[in-house]
Design a protein around this ligand. Sequence first.
Ligand SMILES: C[S@@+](CC[C@H](N)C(=O)[O-])C[C@H]1O[C@@H](n2cnc3c(N)ncnc32)[C@H](O)[C@@H]1O
Length: 182
Amino acid sequence: MKYEPTGLEIFLTRFSFLFFGKFVYKTFADRLPIDGGERVLDFGCGMGTVAYFVAKKLPQGHLTCLDISERWLNVCRKTLRSFGNITFQQWAFPVLIDESFDVAYCHFVLHDISDSDLKGVIPALAKSLKPGGVLVFREPLKQTDKISVIKRLIEGNRLFLKDSRITDIPLLGNALESVYIK
Ligand SMILES: C[S@@+](CC[C@H](N)C(=O)[O-])C[C@H]1O[C@@H](n2cnc3c(N)ncnc32)[C@H](O)[C@@H]1O
């Protein structure tokens, strides 16, 4: 379901990015399997909280920032204005279906998507990966039912669990981080 953020939501997200960015978003970016030349997809990029740290790790690579919200994408363009290796894209089916990405990640996105929409989103994400490509998500652990749906759909789309961990994130609480390989 599409929604646009309020000015207050954008302000609060900017504030937490400024003061907690290193502890909340950089820790996730630093664990992504990136060497510097990959093609990477940030699905549900928001204001570019994680993308900001990922873009720095891709001197020879490319980052696609995708979001359903035009307003978040505009804020993301501002966050990432100093980088030249980024494409911004508003989500619409079936834009993701070419198998071009080495890494795709979702940071606090999938739990917000309805089960029926996830049935379209997760196959599209799986298809967007090259063979051997990696899908990483970090989602709130307390949403146990949603996490079960996400895992079932990912595994049903022939991605295999490589690693999983629980992290306690400042402001966001406990989250599940899982890495799948195609
Ligand atoms: C809680 S925010 C997280 C943003 C960012 N990943 C972060 O961690 O700061 C969720 C984001 O997912 C986006 N989103 C929700 N449903 C989506 C969909 N179906 N396709 C793409 N983006 C979506 C929202 O617009 C929002 O920017």
